[in-house]
Design a protein around this ligand. Structure first.
Ligand code: BG6
Ligand code: MG
Length: 223
């Protein structure tokens, strides 16, 4: 049996709210504009990955990785972001995914700390729109790290700022790269999504509505 749990560290896009879908739509729009077919399946590889790395992956998929200068790539990434920012304009607290608010309440009720680990440069804006910015003890976004997921840096930074040991943290992710980041940090990983994509997680739930404090703690203590 493991030690005591002191903190939960959440990914944002696709875990707390369905912005993973908006990232997908914005990338799909851009990909099609430059003649690249981009499917939901391709998108799985992009989840949790930074903006520029995502663009590079899409260009590679279409065999166009050598067709654009650095400046052009930056313009393409900026265009995707403009579209994404439009899509997230209407986000309100009603867009918090089912099961998340009760889980956050339980975490607080038990006196545990709450962290956010998102490589998105839009993380603060989204958290603000959701009305959750003040609920979290620490928000680690792209500005606070050197290496994105799957590197463990982002989850380790969150633990450090929360002043807790990594082994006393539970990370929650919808992306394979995110699960790798959590496991690399030496934390217990909760995956939300398909078992196939997230098989490296310690436990996988198919949707956020299935997340529960007691359920997760039970899984944690049984390992
Ligand atoms: C992650 C998303 O949270 O943030 C990725 O899972 C996204 O899909 C990444 O590319 C970067 O987001 P942004 O808002 O900085 O373009
Ligand atoms: Mg995510």
């Amino acid at each position: 049996m493991m030690g005591k749990i002191e903190a939960f560290i959440f990914d944002l896009d696709g875990v707390i709210t369905d912005t993973a879908e908006y990232h997908y739509l914005a990338w799909k729009g851009l990909a099609e504009e430059i003649g690249i077919t981009f499917t939901k399946e391709d998108n799985e590889q992009l989840k949790g990955i930074s903006r520029m790395e995502s663009l590079e992956l899409i260009l590679k998929l279409g065999g166009r990785e050598k067709d654009f200068s650095q400046e052009e790539k930056e313009q393409l990434a900026a265009k995707k972001n403009e579209h994404y920012v439009k899509l997230i304009e209407t986000i309100t607290p009603a867009d918090i995914l089912p099961g998340i608010e009760p889980l956050l309440e339980e975490i607080k009720k038990h006196g545990l700390k709450l962290g956010l680990a998102s490589v998105s440069k839009n993380a603060f804006a989204v958290m603000e729109s959701l009305g959750l910015k003040e609920e979290f003890d620490v928000i680690v976004d792209a500005a606070k790290i050197q290496k994105g997921k799957p590197d463990p840096e982002i989850f380790l930074t969150a633990a450090k700022l929360l002043n807790v040991e990594a082994s006393a943290c539970i990370g929650v992710e919808d992306a394979a790269a995110g699960v790798d980041s959590i496991k690399g940090a030496g934390m217990f990983a909760v995956g939300v999504g398909s078992e196939e994509t997230l098989h490296k997680a310690d436990v996988v739930y198919t949707g956020t509505e299935l997340l529960s404090y007691d359920g997760i703690l039970k899984e944690f203590t049984e390992r």
